[in-house]
Ligand binder design. Structure first.
Ligand code: NDP
Length: 501
């Protein structure tokens, strides 16, 4: 039976003031999972006000105590890992093993951030004047709006909510409309872990209607957004005029480079996993392969063979290799790019169709697709398709491969397969990407290192690792003069020490 999902505002589960709902459905079957309250701007106002009220008390809770709440949340996620993963597969389609990975990433992030409750290091540095103390400390922003996509419906919210909370901020969480169930589950867990009322608030509903109101709300101090480049640019523009802090993690057009000396079989494993995992709907998906001509024929034959053998189906079935894409619109977008590829002169070497018979016709499936004869400037090699499609481009040497890699506006993830250490180090240095892998695919980031992209993939911030704390706190530099007299920095130091040359 379908459940009903509500907002969580000031510690209470509530329907929207507008009384309307929308449906949360399984993209593999069309089955109804939940009816969801559809928030209004008045609900956003209530959530921001609650977060604002809670901020003064929460920022004064000692950070180690805040960390203990995070730790308990991590324990609860671990205990519920399998249930959360199953609900995730039903809600957005990724196969169960990958959904478990998504939950595990959320657990990892939560434990990691719990530890930051006892770190959040600042600097204590020598002062240039005698009897003076100089140090820096982190200061929370206030109310954070966390706006998240559907493709990592547990992991990405934890990347934002956990560091925001540990730094002493309060949060209004606006998850993607395709994944409200996982958002509700995460909030339930934090509530059960002991988060005080008002510290985390959840508003469910369409970003287009609520987004501008939330982003421009005078009570919101920082916007942390992960999603498409168009929405990110729109949010940045609105927030920029108001001089609000904004952190954006946006799209990608990630590539795997395969050199002439690579282990082709290893590269094929990495390509299939990186291109078709989560049906190609990872921001780090390998939507391009740059293959050295010396190995291209062998590589293409093997990738095409593997793609043709992949079994589509419901992500909960053990036999399924590839689940659906998230929606009808996503399915149509992928299909439209097959037409674009053909018109541009690329060859559809595997896949290219929407299945129209049997159980697959009920869901938003698209065949895993391999495009060959792709040139670096074609649209399919430049634009984010966000589906199970990868474009193979041939190159002649490491210089050309790196040039092709860097020829898109994005800069999130890339990888190189090679046995040549010089090529590997050249690549590590010259790739214009926030994530670089050697002899592994484009996915597999761990939460203890920064995550994010260069160029149009973002606006210079990073999630995860220590870098996350820099998004959710501001630096405050503090000087304490205990000399008992006026000491003028940069002016008095030489005389006072009596060490003039
Ligand atoms: P969208 O930009 O469509 O949506 C992301 C979030 O923004 C959703 O919660 C959405 O709400 C909300 N939103 C939509 N319009 C507005 C608005 N005007 N103001 C405020 N919020 C708004 O992206 P997708 O959900 O389709 O996510 C896929 C994209 O995310 C891909 O481009 C992918 O590359 C990127 N991504 C980037 C990552 C990174 O770390 N670089 C990681 C994961 C994904 P609603 O759902 O209600 O429309």
């Amino acid at each position: 039976m379908a459940t009903h999902l509500q907002n969580y505002i000031d510690g209470k589960w509530l329907d929207s003031s507008g009384g309307e709902t929308f449906d949360d459905t399984d993209p593999a079957s069309g089955e109804l999972i939940a009816t969801v309250t559809k928030s209004t701007t008045a609900d956003v106002d209530r959530a921001v006000e609650a977060a604002h009220r809670a901020f003064d008390a929460w920022r004064l809770v000692p950070a180690p105590k805040r960390g203990e709440i995070m730790y308990r949340a991590g324990e609860l996620m671990l205990a519920r890992k399998d249930d959360l993963a199953r609900e995730m597969t039903r809600e957005m389609g990724k196969v169960l093993a990958e959904a478990r990975g998504d939950v595990q990433e959320g657990i990892d992030m939560t434990y990691y951030i719990a530890g930051e409750g006892r770190r959040q290091f600042g600097d204590v540095v020598p002062a240039e004047l005698p009897n003076k103390w100089a140090m820096s400390m982190r200061h929370p922003h206030g109310v954070v709006a966390a706006i998240t996509p559907w493709n990592f419906p547990l992991a990405i919210p934890t990347w934002k909510i956990m560091p925001a909370l540990i730094c002493g901020n309060t949060v209004v969480f606006k998850p993607a409309s395709y994944t409200p169930l996982l958002a509700v589950r995460l909030v339930e867990i934090l509530e059960e872990a002991g988060l005080p009322k008002g510290v985390l608030n959840l508003v469910l509903g369409p970003g287009g209607d609520l987004g501008d109101h939330l982003v421009t709300h005078p009570g919101v101090d920082l916007i942390s957004f992960t999603g498409s480049s168009d929405t990110g640019a729109h949010i940045s523009e609105l927030a920029g005029r108001l001089l609000k802090r904004v952190s954006c993690e946006l799209g990608g057009k990630n590539a795997i480079v395969v050199m002439d000396d690579a282990s082709v079989d290893l590269a094929v494993d990495g390509i299939v996993w990186s291109a078709f995992g989560t049906s190609g709907q990872r921001c780090t998906a390998a939507s391009r392969v740059i293959a050295d001509r010396a190995v291209a024929t062998d590589l293409i034959g093997k990738v095409v063979g593997r793609a043709k053998k992949m079994r589509m189906g419901h992500g909960l079935e053990a036999t399924t290799d590839l689940g659906p894409v998230v929606s009808k619109a996503a399915q149509e977008k992928v299909a439209s790019y097959i037409g674009v590829a053909e018109r541009e002169g690329a060859t559809v070497a595997a896949g290219g169709h929407i299945p129209t018979t049997g159980a697959l016709a009920k869901g938003f499936f698209h065949e895993p697709t391999v495009l060959t004869d792709v040139k670096p400037n074609m649209r399919v090699a430049q634009e984010e398709i966000f589906g199970p499609v990868t474009a193979i481009i041939e190159s002649s040497n490491i210089d050309e491969a790196i040039k092709i890699l860097n020829s898109t506006k994005y800069g999130l993830s890339c990888s190189i397969y090679t046995q040549n250490i010089n090529n590997a180090f050249r690549f590590m240095r010259d790739a214009e990407c926030g994530l670089v892998y050697v002899n592994a695919g484009t996915i597999g980031a761990e939460i203890q290192l920064p995550f994010g992209g260069m160029k149009s993939t973002g606006n210079g911030h990073r999630e995860a690792g220590r870098a996350a704390l820099d998004v959710y706190s501001e630096w405050k530099s503090i000087y304490v003069d205990y000399s008992g007299r006026l000491q003028r920095a940069q002016m008095d130091v030489v005389e006072k020490t009596g060490m003039a040359p």
